[in-house]
Design a protein around this ligand. Sequence first.
Ligand code: TLP
Length: 350
Amino acid sequence: MPEAMKEAMVVDLRSDTVTRPTEAMRQAMARAEVGDDVYDEDPTVIELERLAAGLTGKEAGLFVPSGSMANLIAQMVHADRGSEVVLGEASHAVLHEVGAGAAIAGVQYSIIPGDGRFTAGQVRKRIKAPTFHTPGTSLIWVENTHNMGGGTIFPTAEIKAIAEVAHEAGLPLHMDGARVFNAVVAGGEALRDVVREVDSLSFCLSKGLGAPAGSVLVGTREFRTRAHRLRKMLGGGMRQIGILAAAGIYALEHHVERLADDHRRARRLADELRRLPGISIDADAVQTNIVMADLHGADAADLARRCAERGVLFHALSRRRLRLVTHLDVDDAAIHRALGVISEVLGGGG
Ligand code: TLP
């Protein structure tokens, strides 16, 4: 079989980061006007940053290469070296950023145990003033949706309560909103309302929204000025990146509402996987485009490897846990195919 045909048959549920730009997005990229973005002179980047600021109701946006760089810059702007950031134990910043908070921002984490969602009361208990012995708290951090929690939505009312606690203590609240559009579409709230109380946030264009790269960091004008310098310091000043910003604008204009399709497909995947013997899924936790499935007995890495041999890809997060993510490049037929392969392999047919 030709390679291109084999590739077309692969169902890649490892992440929503694997999406490829559509033909229409590529056309938008090809047409983009560009300039030098380090000088703040790329017209398409300026348009994207304005669009992001408008959508979030914040003063200014900064286009950055990745969600990880957005998170690092946010910590560097808000948090003094040697201070503490309060956040959930399974946050992306804690688990999946190669220790950048410690290694580069120089912060340590005060970690709230659990599935990534926590309460204002839990935050209050962790806030401390610096003394000659102890680090002080500098920043409170929420992740919405929560990746390792299984794409769960951080309730807006709780974010508001957490913001009150943070602001009373004179601390900023940042949202890692890599998938905040999934939260918005699934929760039926306006983005502005979801992020109203946070001082800064980032969202990714390169996940469910389907752009090839980039995130936008938004906050006050002063926050943006400092973030712009830090982006250059970290090597993220990328010059004529209007071609990437054009993909981001296209994604914001055409790929937000369709996230509902990804959510519907994740729900179908979860509902049908749960019926298979040897798999359990917390149905309440499947709120957006991520499905966490737990195996009884079978080894997750082994299952992932055997399914991959049959063209169905997903991650084994631990010995028993799988993560499957729906996105732009996974249609109903692909879900059907993935379910067929997983059930065949689990049932001993592989
Ligand atoms: N998440 C990736 C992996 O890095 C785990 C994925 O496949 O889900 N915040 C959150 C909540 C994220 O899920 C991610 C990426 C990031 C930040 C970082 O974004 P990038 O990959 O653009 O650096």
